[in-house]
Design a binder for this molecule. Structure first.
Ligand code: UT7
Length: 334
């Protein structure tokens, strides 16, 4: 079977208008700007409006990505939405997006890999294109984390934000596009970052609401140690599979959970700030949306040129992790 090279033809984002600053949080929980900035690097985050759900954010990001790829929705063969905050359990948010976009021929599914969701999503979508099953796929990372955060828990509520990032994948000229994938999971660490209730194990009751079991809980220190380890290992693994040395990395686009985690990767790979996409100061941790939003901003700021080696890497609940290396080209193969 002939395998085609697959790349990203266009990116897009949507960030809700409402900004929640550290000063705002000081009025809500026992915290302060100095602690949040020094421990996390976050200064503000976006919060979806009451009428906005994940599909609404997704559609706006997808429309921008389609425009930037010079494609229309009816050309899309596959839509994958990576999210832990779908509009509802089912139908899948990907189905809602397909309907609103008018992507009538697209196959649709949601993907649950928490903060690694976008990396898993592009890895999955690119297989369909590489093998010739489909030509164009839309991969969206979206979260309305403000809806699942306990706004009385200072350990978590200061960290997260809402947003969406999208990418259109398609065939690119040979030798460009995705060069390698390094995905992993460790379900034994699932307890470290989770929402306990609302599924088949612990359905919603008045008691689960009372006990706040529908809110996100996290063992911050343990997840921190895990994050540092797997981000470095996954990046190393993806570079090795692509046959590249760390010095050949032109831009790293890491999951935006904590500036200290990103700095540890910079140290490990000898990267200066111009070689890393960082935006967590503006948006906080948007889980699966963090990587595609940071990637889109880097593209818009002309930080990525044709032929550059771009590494996307993420880690999060599951536990999950992943990294992929791209040799950048947005030019579609004929
Ligand atoms: O995207 C998914 C993956 N998630 C992550 O990667 C998150 C990884 N974890 C982290 O980024 C960090 O662990 C946190 C930012 C969540 C916490 O930072 P930390 O340096 O690990 O702090 P800590 O949890 O060890 O807490 C240190 C102290 C504690 O006080 P005591 O017990 O030492 O008196 C906390 O109660 O800081 C206190 N604290 C706060 N103080 C002010 C915790 N949250 C806050 C807060 N404001 N918001």
């Amino acid at each position: 079977m002939k395998v085609r090279s697959v790349g990203i033809l266009g990116t897009g984002v949507y960030l809700p208008e409402k900004v929640l600053t550290n000063a705002d949080l000081e009025k809500m929980v026992d915290t302060n700007d100095e602690w949040i900035v020094s421990r996390t690097g976050i200064r503000e985050r976006r919060i979806a409006a009451d009428h906005e759900a994940s599909s609404d954010l997704s559609i706006k990001a997808a429309e921008m990505a389609l425009k930037n790829a010079n494609l229309t929705a009816d050309q899309i063969d596959l839509i994958i939405v990576a999210t832990v905050t779908p509009d509802m359990s089912f139908p899948a948010t990907a189905c809602l997006v397909q309907d609103q976009l008018g992507a009538s021929k697209a196959a649709t599914f949601d993907l649950s890999a928490a903060c690694t969701g976008f990396i898993y999503g592009v890895s999955a979508a690119s297989q369909f294109i590489a093998t010739g099953v489909y030509r164009y796929a839309l991969v969206i990372g979206v979260e309305c984390l403000s809806r699942i955060v306990d706004w009385e828990d200072r350990n978590t509520c200061i960290l997260f934000g809402d947003g969406a990032g999208a990418a259109v994948l398609g065939p690119v000229e040979e030798g460009y596009g995705f060069l390698s994938y390094e995905l992993g999971g460790d379900g034994s660490g699932g307890e470290l970052l989770k929402i306990e209730a609302g599924g088949s194990r612990c359905p919603a009751t008045a008691a689960t609401v009372e006990e706040k079991l529908h809110s996100l809980s996290m063992s911050g220190r343990e997840v921190f140690k895990f994050a540092v380890r797997v981000m470095n290992n996954a990046t190393e693994g993806a570079l090795a599979k692509a046959g590249l040395e760390k010095e050949e990395m032109d831009l790293m686009v890491p999951h935006q959970a904590n500036i200290r985690i990103i700095e540890s990767a910079m140290k490990r790979f000898g990267l200066t700030k111009d070689k890393v996409a960082i935006n967590l100061d503006k948006y906080g941790n948007m889980s699966s949306a963090s990587v595609p939003v940071a990637l889109h901003e880097a593209v818009q700021e002309n930080r990525i040129q044709k032929g550059d080696h771009v590494v996307l890497c993420g880690f999060g609940g599951g536990l999950t992790w992943g990294a992929t290396v791209l040799k950048w080209s947005q030019e579609e193969a004929k």
